[in-house]
Design a protein around this ligand. Sequence first.
Ligand SMILES: [Fe+2]
Length: 345
Amino acid sequence: MIFEQIATGGCQSYLVGCADTNSAILIDPELSRVDRYLALAARDGLRIHYVIDTHTHADHFSASRTLADQLDVPVVMHRLSPAPYVDLRLEDGEMLVVGKLRIQVMHTPGHTRDSICLRVEDRVFTGDTLLIGGTGRTDLPSGNPDALYDSLFGNLLKLDPALLVYPAHDYKGASHSTLGAELAANPRLQKREREQFVSMMNNLNLTMPTHLTEALRTNMSGGKTVAQMLADAAAVVPFMALDELNARIAAGESDLLVLDVRERDAFDKGHIPGARLLPRGQLELRVNQDLPDPTRRIVSYCEFGRISTLATATLRELGFTRAVALDGGMRAWSDAGFPLTTQTD
Ligand SMILES: [Fe+2]
């Protein structure tokens, strides 16, 4: 078995490959590490056949859909996953065959109703059902402490105690454990009566994960994160540096059109000399009357440089092929001491 464990903050992802056939699976990938997974697979000579999420993650952005699209392979989850982009839905007792590897699926609801554990040879990928020294929480959408009790004590913990445990999260830098070690020392597993266990889980009073809403929105729908929208826009947009724009304005470059895409009140408080106002929200509707010459070189800016990146991508899509975004926004421009005006021309 070829095995890579990739930690991203507290998230753990796994690339598991068959050494004989170079076929592999990728478990619980995280969106910011897409290039890392692909680079590792290439370095190890692996081709990924399935991208698997052990459950609907509420605490980080899954890369499953992005990777599955790039690699043209199925996204795999439990049948109960709410995500419409899941291509291959599995149930308890089923198995994926990847080269000579057999990936066995156990349905282990509790942390979420779509949680699965994956058994491969000497190890089990436990998702958030069982963590090292902990368990997944049961207070997020579709969590259920009774179901978690059954999944742990009635199912997972009945397996061979020597099985290695590789969880979806570890916040303390541990890489793995064994079922036996967890049974013996995991504090949550010492509550072996159902009532005790359930009441413990119901009284953890944990804080909500950051990005909960955005993570659920994107992981359940396949929609984009805000960071992804910005990155996608930035990838198709050229930028201009602050000092370059300043020099070109000073030189009176006739071809240049500086476009402020903020709202009117921000523009009135101070803008780049000669800039024209066209708020981002009105861009598509006013573009024909306000920007009649599509051959002009448009440099758009906003307060921080993010909305102007989106606006520039939209302009280029609309046919303004020379539209560029200012690298940095009004804030950086004024911090750098470049000229501002409240005059409009
Ligand atoms: Fe989770």
